[in-house]
Design a protein around this ligand. Structure first.
Ligand code: PHE
Length: 338
């Protein structure tokens, strides 16, 4: 028996070197390990072996079976890698690759990135605040009286508990000053919500960029310089910018900013683009009450604030006629902003 096993072992190891393909390997496996294979038949002879020789014979049988199985799987791997190599030889590596489709940034993100990059160079840090706000942060602290039309149920989304979806990002002015002593120089991009009828120029959920700068002796000249620089970085260096007196409850004096643009061949005209002004002393007083200190005493500090709508900016910059295109995610539209 042991002699026979040795012969099977030797035959198998030499036969396997001759095999050239996977079919041949399978035939080999069957001829040794299959139901009628040589090793299987030899194993059947176990029953005729003297009892005391059985352990040695069984051990040898297992060793030969393991060796043949290992040789088979090694040969299988070898055949596979040879096949892979042949396959690779057939690949024409000089063919051009298939281009991977690449997405692009949404126009709102593009304009936001640009505005944020410019303002950060001027020392503004990013700030944020919640979209669900208290009436105090959205209106009272911003010097907006209870009977102001913006506070109307028909203009603002209220929750039953009295909180609301912020109608502007100016809430972040208050939140920043509550937690940070002056000087502060922050920008806060984010969502704002109004109960507007949705049409070509209105969404009920849109994006604003708020800015706030408070320090000792911040002046209107700082406000003008900062915003002129920002707007010219977006719309072009020579863009005329004008500050038109306006009213906001939380700034005094207040302005709307217009830029002069030639809209595609048409006559240039002034287009309103942002709101801004010097922080109203009453806003500082509200913040001082909330902080219970005098860090923002209006006798000591001054500041400016501004807010602009990002959708509006994008529409003007790219001549987008309908604001709804910006939220429909139609790739035929988005592909135009690579
Ligand atoms: N919050 C104002 C708006 O939504 C814009 C603004 C911000 C005006 C800061 C002045 C100062 O219209």
């Amino acid at each position: 028996m042991l002699k026979e096993l040795e012969a099977i072992h030797a035959d198998a190891l030499s036969a396997i070197t001759e095999i050239a393909d996977t079919e041949g390997l399978e035939a080999f496996r069957i001829s040794y390990l299959g139901r009628k294979g040589r090793l299987t038949l030899a194993a059947a002879g176990m029953k005729d072996i003297a009892k005391e020789d059985k352990p040695a014979a069984g051990k040898a049988l297992n060793e030969v079976r393991d060796a043949i199985s290992a040789a088979i799987s090694e040969k299988g791997n070898l055949l596979q890698s040879e096949a892979d190599a042949r396959e690779a030889d057939n690949v024409d590596i000089t063919l051009p690759g298939r281009p991977m489709p690449r997405g692009s940034r949404h126009p709102i993100s593009q304009i936001l990135d640009q505005a944020v990059a410019t303002l950060r160079r001027m020392g503004f840090a990013l700030a944020s605040g919640p979209e669900i706000e208290t009436e105090w942060h959205c209106f009272d602290a911003l010097n907006t009286p209870p009977d102001h039309p913006a506070r109307n149920e028909s203009d603002t989304f209220y929750f039953e508990d009295g909180r609301l979806l912020r109608t502007h990002t100016s809430t972040v002015q208050i939140r920043t000053m509550e937690t940070t002593p002056p000087p502060v120089r922050v920008i806060a991009p984010g969502a704002a919500f109004r109960r507007d009828e949705i049409d070509a120029t209105h969404l009920s959920n849109f994006n604003q960029l708020e800015g706030l700068y408070v320090d000792e002796e911040v002046s209107l000249a700082d406000l003008k310089g900062t915003l002129e620089y920002l707007l010219r970085s977006i719309f072009g260096e020579k863009t005329p910018v004008r500050f038109r007196p306006h009213f906001f409850p939380f700034t005094e004096p207040s302005f709307e900013i217009d830029i002069m643009l030639e809209a595609q061949g048409k006559k240039s005209k002034w287009i309103e683009i942002a709101g801004c002004g010097m922080v109203d002393p009453d806003v500082f007083n509200a913040v001082s009450k909330s902080r219970a200190d005098s860090a923002y005493c209006p006798e000591k500090v001054s500041g400016f604030a501004f807010g602009l709508g990002l959708e509006r900016l994008a529409m003007i910059l790219w001549g987008i006629a309908d604001i709804r295109l910006l939220i429909e995610n139609d790739v035929r539209f988005l592909r135009q902003f690579p």
